[in-house]
Write a protein that binds this ligand. Structure first.
Ligand SMILES: Cc1cc2nc3c(=O)[nH]c(=O)nc-3n(C[C@H](O)[C@H](O)[C@H](O)COP(=O)(O)OP(=O)(O)OC[C@H]3O[C@@H](n4cnc5c(N)ncnc54)[C@H](O)[C@@H]3O)c2cc1C
Length: 484
C-alpha cells in the first residue's frame, strides 16, 4: 500500500532519458538525497541531471515518517564513547544545522509543505537511566535537551528526553517544489557505471562527476558497502480519529514505537527487524492490535513499510565512493579516453581503483531527513572544491572503530549463512502450494526469505527485495530474479 504522502499530491511525470547526454554532474536516484544534492549543485552553477529508476521519491523517501530531528534514538552517549567528543559534537551540529537548512529552503521559496517546529521526545516505559545519560550527552554536545515527563502518549512512561525546536513536514510537498527547476529523467534505471559514463537502456550520460544517491550503493566495488552496512525494515500504520500530538515521539526501548501527527492523521510506527527476518509476519497485525488497545475510536487509513541502511558505526557514509584512501593514484582500472588516472569500473577490474569523480551518500539508519540534508551540503562542497568541516566525520574512507567490530562480525555471519543457503539450497517450497520457488538473490546470490506482510522475497544479507513474481523492489540488487 502507498504511504499517505502520495494522497492528493501529483508530482508531474518526467520523460525517460534517451541517447547520448553530456553534463557536468549526474546524480543517480531522485529520493531526498538526490534531489537536495542536485538543487545545491545547480545553485552553484553546475549543469546537473538526475536519473531515477522509477518515480521521483518513489523509494524510501516516499515512505518515511519525515521527522526532521537531530534526535536519533539512544545515540549520543555511545557516540561520544565510541568515536570521541569532538566527532560526536560535529555529528550533532551537522544534524542541527540540517534542520535550519530545511527551514531556510522552505522560507526562501515559500514552500507550503506543512513544515512545523516541534519538540522530539525519546521516551521509555522501562526506566530512565539510559535517557538521563543521553540527555547529558546531548546537552554537552550543544543540543537543547532535557529530561521531562510525558503526558500525550496513550500509556504511562517513565520519562523522556526532550529535544527542543526540531521539525516535521510533508516530504513529497517539499520534494515536488524542489524538483521543479531540475532536469530529472524518470523510469530510467542505471544499468552500468564505468569511468565517467552512466549507462541506461538506449543511452548514456557522460559527466565529470557521478553521485550515487541510490539509497544503497548499486556498484559493489570499489565501495564494498555490502560489507559495511545492512538494512532494517519497519512498519507504519496511519490512523484517523486519534487527535493531534504536539510533539514527535520515539521509543528508546527494544520493540518500542514511534508517533507523529500529520494533520489529523496519526502515524504509528514500529516492529523493526533486519530485512529478510520477518518470516512469520504479523508486523501490521501487531500495530493494529496496539491501535485497538490505545486508540479505541481510531480507523486505519493506510499502512506501509520501508527500510534503511544501518552502518556499523552508526555514522552515514558521505563522500568519495571508494572505501580506500588515496586509491585515485592507482591507474589502469578504467578506460576513460581522456588520459585521466584512477577511473574505476563497476566490474572486478575496478576493485582497488577508486574514482575521484564518484561520490556516495548512504547509511542513514532511519534518520535520513537531516542526514540527507547534511550529506547534500557536504557533497556540493566536495564537488565544487569548498572546505567542509564534516568531511572527515562522514568520509567513507574512515577506519572501522573498535565498537563497530561486533556489527561487522554479525553482518559477515549473516552473509556467510545467506550465501551458503543461496548456493547450496537456492529454492524454497511454498507452504500453501508446494511449488518450488527459486529464491537466490540477483545481487550476490544469498537465499531470500519470504515476508508475508509485504508478500515479498527479502534478502537478510544486504536487504534487496523482490515481489512474488521476482520483480525488483529494492536495491542493492539491480536485476529481477532468474526463473527456476
Ligand atoms: C519506516 C521508516 C520511517 C522513517 N522515518 C524517518 C523519519 O521520521 N525521519 C528521518 O530522518 N528519517 C526517516 N527514515 C529514513 C529516511 O526515510 C531515509 O533515510 C531516506 O528517505 C533515504 O533517502 P534517499 O534519497 O537516500 O533514498 P531513496 O528515497 O530510497 O532514494 C533512492 C532513489 O534511487 C533510485 N535508484 C535505485 N537504484 C537506481 C538505479 N539503478 N538507477 C536509477 N535510480 C535508482 C530509487 O528508485 C530511489 O528513488 C525512515 C525510514 C523508515 C524505514
Amino acid at each position: 500500500m502507498e504511504s499517505i504522502w502520495r494522497e492528493n499530491i501529483v508530482i508531474p511525470e518526467r520523460k525517460r532519458a534517451e541517447g547520448l547526454l553530456e553534463r557536468e554532474v549526474v546524480v543517480i536516484g531522485a529520493g531526498m538525497t538526490g534531489i537536495l544534492t542536485a538543487c545545491h549543485l545547480q545553485r552553484r552553477g553546475k549543469q546537473v541531471t538526475v536519473l531515477e529508476a522509477g518515480r521521483i521519491a518513489g523509494g524510501q523517501t516516499g515512505r518515511t515518517t519525515a521527522k526532521i530531528t537531530s534526535q536519533h534514538g539512544l545515540f549520543y552517549h555511545s557516540l561520544i564513547s565510541d568515536t570521541g567528543f569532538g566527532r560526536a559534537k560535529l555529528y550533532a551540529r551537522a544534524n542541527q544545522e540540517a534542520i535550519d537548512a530545511y527551514e531556510d529552503m522552505i522560507e526562501e521559496r515559500q514552500i507550503d509543505c506543512d513544515f512545523r517546529r516541534l519538540p522530539a521526545y525519546l521516551y521509555s516505559t522501562v526506566n530512565t537511566d539510559l535517557l538521563r545519560q543521553e540527555a547529558e550527552a546531548a546537552k554537552a554536545l550543544g543540543i537543547a535537551a532535557e529530561m521531562v515527563s510525558v503526558s500525550e502518549l496513550p500509556f504511562p512512561t517513565e520519562g523522556a528526553v526532550r529535544f527542543e525546536n526540531q521539525a516535521q513536514f510533508h516530504p513529497l510537498k517539499f520534494i515536488r517544489a524542489q524538483a521543479e527547476g531540475l532536469e530529472i529523467y524518470e523510469n530510467t534505471p542505471v544499468k552500468k557505471v564505468s569511468g565517467n559514463a552512466v549507462y541506461f537502456d538506449g543511452g548514456k550520460v557522460s559527466a565529470q562527476t557521478i553521485i550515487f544517491a541510490t539509497h544503497y550503493p548499486i556498484v559493489n566495488f570499489p565501495g564494498m558497502y555490502f560489507l559495511r552496512q545492512h538494512q532494517e525494515r519497519s512498519y507504519v500504520l496511519a490512523l484517523a480519529g486519534c487527535g493531534r500530538l504536539n510533539g514527535m515521539y520515539y521509543s528508546a526501548d527494544a520493540d518500542g514505537l514511534s508517533f507523529r501527527s500529520a494533520g489529523d492523521i496519526l502515524l504509528l510506527g514500529g516492529n523493526s527487524h533486519r530485512t529478510g527476518r520477518n518470516v512469520r509476519g504479523g508486523a501490521y497485525a501487531s500495530l493494529e492490535g496496539i491501535a485497538r488497545k490505545y486508540y479505541k475510536d481510531s480507523q486505519a487509513v493506510g499502512r506501509w513499510s520501508a527500510q534503511d541502511c544501518m552502518p556499523h558505526d552508526g555514522i552515514p557514509f558521505v563522500g568519495r565512493y571508494s572505501c580506500l584512501t588515496g586509491n585515485e593514484e592507482h591507474s589502469g582500472a578504467g578506460e576513460n579516453g581522456d588520459g585521466r588516472k584512477g577511473h574505476g569500473s563497476s566490474g572486478l577490474g575496478g576493485f582497488f581503483a577508486g574514482n575521484r569523480d564518484w561520490y556516495v551518500a548512504t547509511g542513514y539508519k532511519k534518520w535520513g531527513m537531516t542526514s540527507a540534508m547534511a550529506a547534500s551540503l557536504l557533497l556540493a562542497d566536495l564537488v565544487t572544491g569548498r572546505e567542509n568541516e564534516y568531511e572527515n566525520l562522514f568520509t567513507p574512507q574512515r577506519l572501522l572503530i573498535k565498537a563497530a567490530a561486533g556489527n561487522l562480525i554479525t553482518d559477515i555471519g549473516e552473509s556467510v549463512r545467506g550465501l551458503s543457503k543461496g548456493w547450496l539450497r537456492p529454492w524454497k517450497r511454498q507452504e500453501e502450494t508446494g511449488e518450488k520457488r527459486w529464491t537466490r538473490c540477483s545481487h550476490l546470490g544469498c537465499r531470500l526469505e519470504w515476508n508475508p506482510d509485504e508478500e515479498s522475497w527479502d534478502c537478510p544479507c544486504h536487504g534487496s527485495r523482490f515481489d512474488k513474481d521476482g520483480h525488483l523492489l529494492d536495491e542493492p540488487a539491480q536485476r529481477p530474479l532468474d526463473s527456476p
